[in-house]
Structures are given as C-alpha cells and as structure tokens.
Design a protein around this ligand. Structure first.
Ligand SMILES: O=P(O)(O)OC[C@H]1O[C@](O)(COP(=O)(O)O)[C@@H](O)[C@@H]1O
Ligand SMILES: [Mg+2]
Ligand SMILES: [Mg+2]
Length: 347
C-alpha cells in the first residue's frame, strides 16, 4: 500500500521563502492569516440555512465574511491597510498595532447571490505593497495597476473548499482537508490550456453588448455550421470565482464585457477587488485577462470601486476577442451568418 505525502500550505510557503534570503516572514504570515480567515468563512458557508433565518443568509454572510477578513488580518503586523468591496473607504490598521509593508484588497464573498441556493461562492484577495508604512493609508495608495500585485488568490467554497494562490511564480491549488483542517497542496502548477470549447457569459445582457462581443458569441453559438467550424458549450454560474476556478482547472473563456446597460458603469466586475486578482492568477497560469482592449492589469485605477469590462481565460480565445475589438466594423462577419444568430443586432 502506498501513502501519498502531501505538502501543507505552511510548508509550501516556507519552502518558497528559501528563494528570498532577505524575506522577513511578514509576507508568509499575511498569507497564512488570509488562509485562516478563508477556513472560518468556509465553516460559515457550509452551515447553509442553519446559519440564520431564511432570506437573511446572503446579506449576513457578505457582512460576516467582511468582518472576518478585517479581524483576521488586523493583528499580524504585516499590513498597513485593507480595502474591501464591502467598505466605502480603506480600513486603517489602528495606530497601536505595528504597521506592516503590505496592503490587502478583497472581495470577502463573491457570487453571493448563490448563497441562498447552495451553489459555489468564494473570497478573492490581492496583495499590494504599501507605499509608505510610516503614515496612514489613503485611497490613493490602493490605486495601483494589477501588474504591481505581489500575490493574489481566492478561496472557493464548493463541494470541497480550495485555496488557489500565486505569489508570482505559478499558480497552486490547495484543498482543505476536513480531518486535519489544513490546506494541502493538491494542484501544483496550474496551467490553462490555450484553446477551449467553453465560454461563459450572461446572455441576458446580449442587447447591451458591443459589436465585437456579439460577433464572438454569435460565432460560438453557430458552432460547426459557422466560421469557427466546431461546437462550443456555454456556462454561467453568476459567481466569477467559480467560473475562474473552472477555467483554471480545464480552460474556457469568461466574458463580462463593457456594455451599454448602465451609462454610469462601463462593466459589472470591480477592477481592484475582482478583476485584477483573477487576472494575476490567470496570467500566471498561462492564460490572458483583458478589458477587450488592453490587458486588464495595465489599467491605472481611478477609484476603489471602479468597474471594468473583463474577458479572461484560454489565451487564444481572449486574443481573438481582443482582435475583434481592434477590427474595423466593416470587417465584421458574413451578414448571412448573422441572420441565423440568436444574438443578432436589431435591424
Ligand atoms: O449574473 P449577474 O447578475 O450578471 O452577475 C454575476 C457577477 O456578479 C458577481 O457575483 C459580483 O460579485 P459579488 O457577489 O461579490 O457582488 C460576480 O461574481 C459575477 O460574475
Ligand atoms: Mg464579487
Ligand atoms: Mg462580494
């Protein structure tokens, strides 16, 4: 009988630190604090409707998860501040605590509309450097483009709880062992295949999409009978963290593109809390993440709650969608083909 020896998240981080002789351990302790918070949230989520009165669950869990992130990362001495999708302004690490060198940015519960129906949700986080540890943090300190992230990850609370993490040297997946209460390395070196036959988009927004997105989706829908010459599958979970996880596991493309639904919002996904950390993971796994027009991690944020169009996943599909955005309107596909489309533009 063979017994498989598995590496814990702690062991993995200690090993990774050996490549950075000047590392103080602050960074690792920050990631371990985040992992601990995710374990606590996993327990709350797993309690389902037992957690509170019916209907209250979703709202409560967003707020409860946020409190857990704040409490769990307040004391480590490794942070200068935090920014949360659930807070209007950055959270200051109180003066009495030692202030650290990093900033933590998070969406404490993503896909929370799925809570009441017992589908997968998750927490998304991003780590940035704090510009000056000596002073209080301001909103401006967090407005760094995604390329400046030093780490990013998410926890997914699904049939199994997993933590998927990158510190800038590949993407690694850890599964929470219910017996030991430890995240164990189960999915080292995740890699997104460059091609896919699966796409994910909220098709109810199709009338608000821009032409390049309509073109791409029409071509996927046309399958074998269209210019792509092969069939595609469509998925939509309404939990970006779950879509990202599927794509990291087996490829695919996710689109929440810029659209005309709400003039005040150029897209649905939040740049700092959702798009940048997922983009960091996707690109570390060999995929691509874009606004449709430029790599999403090159966007300089103007506000904490900034929204963005987002397309990510298998590299060849994302590049195709970018090409469609850069292609002149008169190069659009055969109108005969558009006739057959479910999503053709009204005439
Ligand atoms: O299906 P919809 O309603 O268009 O929105 C789904 C999107 O909204 C989000 O759920 C927003 O996240 P929150 O649950 O953190 O607000 C994304 O995860 C997801 O992709
Ligand atoms: Mg979210
Ligand atoms: Mg959220």
């Amino acid at each position: 009988m063979t017994s498989e020896i598995r590496v814990t998240l702690t062991q993995f981080l200690i090993e990774a630190r050996r490549h950075y002789p000047h590392a103080t351990g602050e960074f690792n302790s920050l990631l371990l604090n985040v992992a601990l918070v995710c374990k606590r949230i996993a327990r709350k989520v797993a309690a389902g409707a037992l957690h509170g009165a019916p209907g209250e669950t979703r709202k409560k869990l967003d707020a409860v998860s946020n409190d857990m992130f704040i409490e769990g990362n307040n004391w480590g001495g490794n942070l200068a501040g935090m920014a949360s999708e659930e807070l209007a302004v950055p959270y200051q690490i109180p003066h009495c605590h030692p202030r650290g060198r990093y900033l933590l940015v998070f969406d404490p519960l993503d896909g929370s509309s799925n809570i009441d129906v017992n589908l997968s949700v998750g927490s998304i986080f991003s780590v940035l450097r704090a510009p000056d540890a000596a002073r209080a943090v301001s909103e401006h300190d967090f407005l760094q483009p995604g390329v400046q992230q030093v780490a990013a990850g998410y926890a997914i609370y699904g049939p199994a709880t997993m933590l998927v993490l990158s510190v800038g040297a590949g993407v690694h997946g850890f599964t929470l062992c219910p017996q030991m209460g430890e995240f164990m390395l189960t999915h080292p070196d995740l890699s997104i295949p460059p091609d896919t036959h699966e796409f994910a988009i909220n098709a109810s927004n199709s009338r608000f999409w821009e032409e390049p997105v309509k073109r791409y989706v029409n071509e996927c829908m046309a399958g074998k009978t269209g210019r792509r010459g092969r069939d595609f599958n469509m998925r939509w979970i309404a939990s970006m963290v779950a879509e990202a996880h599927r794509i990291l596991m087996r490829g695919g493309v996710f689109l929440y593109p810029r659209d005309t639904k709400d003039a005040a919002m150029p897209g649905r996904v939040r740049l700092l809390y959702e798009a940048n950390p997922i983009a960091f993971l996707v690109e570390q796994a060999g995929g691509r993440a874009s606004t449709g027009r430029q790599p999403v991690m090159t966007v300089r944020p103007g506000a904490l709650d900034q929204r963005t169009g987002l397309v990510f996943g298998s590299r060849n599909e994302v590049e195709r969608i970018e090409r469609y955005h850069h292609t002149a309107a008169d190069d659009l596909p055969n109108p005969l083909f558009q006739e057959r489309s479910l999503f053709r533009a009204p005439v």
